[in-house]
Design a protein around this ligand. Structure first.
Ligand SMILES: C[S@@+](CC[C@H](N)C(=O)[O-])C[C@H]1O[C@@H](n2cnc3c(N)ncnc32)[C@H](O)[C@@H]1O
Length: 338
């Protein structure tokens, strides 16, 4: 028989944390609400007898469904050789699943997509991912199942609307998006590579800067940036500009500048540094750096660009955001510029 403690609802929370702390809670069964002589009690499943509580044998224990892996679901459909190539990771944005399917099992993509939809019944489409290309960092993606390509992804109390076949959204940058949501309060900020508002939106929603000037060149991303500003009700904070930040970045205005782009970000460092007020401000400079050049290359690039435009820098922090490709890191360097 399966045991549970019987506890009045009002005492349940402290009992539950007590059981959890002592590793006595049985997580395979659900906590049940029951009524006894008009009073509400909870049955909290436990692994064994527990001193100090009323322990009962449950009449009708309720179990959590065991989550089946994608491989488990495809066990009877794919050969053992095919199963070896079944992906173990995918991305869910809003109600769309994005998956990279190895070429060896490309001919099995429909059954794989159906199995994924079975795992996430609220999702509407499965999109195949082939990587990211070009200056606009556009994804190369094709629909496997479903008509839906536009979705709204909710993250950290912010809404990001996008067409996932045209716009990339890196889960690996989440900690950096959260970090940016904590800085900039009351400041003037320039976000030079704003995309759909990856950094501008969380900063505007949470930190409430005086103004964020968000620059984006790609008209598709710019369209979503404008929509996301409205969706998150930050029209009074973010000023979107559709243009090339090499040409439209304002000078001597910013308390903070975000350069959230990779590959060629260093080509724009002089504009980024010039955007910072003469009285001083902070630069968040991103780049993709080979492991052997960490963090000397991005630091030297910032120092050289500052020297060229006659400004002084102090490096505040260097951090890795994520592995970008074998031996290469997406990094961000924070610098104070005067
Ligand atoms: C995709 S975002 C970077 C990714 C983002 N940090 C994230 O969290 O996923 C970079 C953006 O910079 C834009 N971009 C590239 N070159 C630009 C330029 N010269 N001026 C303005 N925007 C540019 C791209 O179109 C793209 O939307």
């Amino acid at each position: 028989m399966k045991k549970a403690i019987l506890i009045p609802v009002e005492d349940a929370e402290s009992a539950r944390s007590d059981l959890l702390k002592n590793e006595l809670l049985d997580g395979s069964r659900k906590i049940k609400l029951i009524s006894l002589k008009g009073e509400k009690f909870l049955e909290i499943p436990v692994k064994t007898d527990v001193k100090g509580y009323t322990v009962i044998e449950q009449d009708a224990p309720e179990y959590y469904e065991k989550l089946q892996s994608l491989k488990d679901r495809l066990m009877s459909v794919l050969s053992s050789d095919e199963l070896k190539h079944v992906p173990s990771r995918w991305q869910i944005l809003g109600d769309i699943i994005i998956v990279n399917i190895p070429r060896k099992i490309d001919n099995r993509k429909i059954v794989i997509a159906k199995a994924l939809l079975g795992m996430y019944p609220r999702c509407k489409s499965v999109i195949q991912d082939f990587g990211i290309k070009g200056q606009f960092r556009e994804p190369n993606r094709k629909t496997i199942i479903g008509d839906k390509v536009e979705t709204i992804n909710k993250e950290h109390r912010c809404l990001f609307k996008m067409d996932v076949t045209k716009i990339m959204y890196s889960k690996g940058n989440l900690p950096e998006r959260k970090r940016m949501s904590k800085v900039g309060s009351g400041e003037i900020v320039v976000d030079m590579f704003a995309g759909i508002g990856y950094f501008s939106i969380p900063m505007a929603v949470h930190a409430k800067p005086r103004q964020v000037i968000a620059i984006e060149l790609n008209p598709v991303s710019f369209g979503y940036l404008c929509e996301n500003i409205k969706l998150n009700h930050v029209e009074n904070i973010i000023k979107p500009i559709n243009g090339d930040c090499a040409e439209v970045t304002p000078q001597d205005v910013a308390d903070r500048v975000i350069m959230g782009y990779v590959g060629v970000t260093h080509h724009y460092l002089e504009q980024g540094i010039r955007a910072i007020k003469k009285s001083g401000g902070v630069l968040h400079y991103h780049e993709t750096t080979p492991e052997s050049l960490l963090f000397d290359r991005p630091v030297t690039r910032i120092e050289d660009a500052a020297h060229t435009v006659g400004r002084r820098v102090e490096i505040l922090d260097c951090r890795r955001i994520k592995k970008y490709s074998p031996g290469v890191w997406h990094v961000v360097v924070d610098a104070h510029v005067q």
